[in-house]
Design a protein around this ligand. Structure first.
Ligand code: BDR
Ligand code: CA
Length: 314
């Protein structure tokens, strides 16, 4: 079974990635980062989730803010706690003493060539781990991110929230040379929980009801802030290549993060037509295909597959 480590900022859809990953994969640990709320809150949420699900896995607290620049939070969409809408149990344990950055390095070293890191919040912890231990790039089997977009953004016209929160960290990850998968908003917005799905979850057991409450809040706030009619399951999509790869199509191409100040900052510039790999006169240098970029999804089938993990959770 594929070993994964989820690096997250729970987060309604992060909570969904945790249950989906724990159902189908060997989840060796969870690391937290600022993003949807402060790192204190996202860590408390991660601890409540492992308590709710009875998961015996370590949770390591990570970065409070980006490598450069100001700290941003997503409270407009995820609420005051970062996971408003569900009545979750108080944590029955604490985060481990090891910092997320060191825990990532430890896990990658312990499982050389076997571990896939799944960053579904700002990429600060992973970037810091690569800076601290450059051999990490040889030890990891892959990195599969939820972040970016081939089309429009959700934070600026061209930038997606996780990348926008720490573009320099994203740049380090995308240049790392580790086999990389990126599922962005162009795909994840098609993976939406409907009102009928929520009603069905509310008729289930305590875990289904907790997720029903989360999705209900998330759906309403995404409607208010972005005019969407469903609750987008962004984050679990990053696990799909290792669980149900036939549900999402990826294209291998060159991706670069715009670090320029101004309107393109945080943009994931995806060379979908592989123009930088052709010897066109206006291209200076051949650029490597560094990323598998998600381009299409069986949206409804994937929602059903993800929700099954919640409904059938034991
Ligand atoms: C991403 O930002 C957060 O709101 C979600 O948890 C997801 O990781 C979507 O842009
Ligand atoms: Ca997230």
């Amino acid at each position: 079974m594929q070993k994964i480590l989820i690096d997250c900022d729970p987060g309604h859809d992060d909570a969904t990635a945790i249950i989906y990953g724990a159902t189908h994969l060997d989840l060796v640990g969870i690391t937290t980062v600022f993003g949807n709320q402060t790192v204190d809150k996202t860590t408390a949420n991660a601890l409540s989730l492992v308590t709710l699900l009875g998961l015996d896995i370590p949770v390591a607290r990570g970065s409070e803010g980006p490598l450069n620049g100001v700290v941003r939070h997503g409270g407009d969409v995820h609420g005051k706690t970062g996971m408003d809408g569900a009545d979750l149990p108080a944590p029955d344990r604490e985060a481990i003493a090891t910092h997320a950055v060191d825990f990532i390095i430890e896990m990658a070293s312990a499982h050389r060539g076997e571990l896939v890191i799944v960053p579904i919040g700002p990429f600060t912890n992973i970037a810091m781990a690569i800076r601290k231990e450059p051999r990490l790039t040889e030890w990891l089997k892959g990195i599969s991110v939820m972040g970016g977009t081939t089309q429009v953004g959700n934070t600026t016209p061209v930038s997606e929230f996780n990348v926008w929160c720490d573009p320099e960290a994203a740049d380090i990850v995308f240049r790392s040379g580790v086999p990389l998968w990126m599922v962005g908003l162009n795909v994840t917005r098609q993976v939406g929980v409907t009102e009928q799905d929520i009603t069905r979850l509310m008729e289930g057991g305590p875990v289904a009801q907790a997720y029903g409450g989360l999705f209900s809040f998330f759906r309403e706030s995404l409607n208010k802030v972005h005019g969407l009619s469903t609750a987008s399951l962004h984050d679990p999509c990053a696990l799909v290549p290792f669980i149900a790869h036939e549900m999402i199509d990826y294209r291998h191409c060159h991706v670069e993060i715009s670090l320029a100040a101004g309107p393109t900052r945080g943009m994931t510039v995806c060379d979908m037509r592989r123009l930088t790999n052709q010897k066109l006169e206006n291209i200076q240098a051949m650029q490597p295909n560094n990323c598998h970029v998600a381009i299409d999804v069986r949206g409804r089938a994937l929602v059903d597959h993800i929700l099954r993990a919640i409904v059938e959770w034991k």
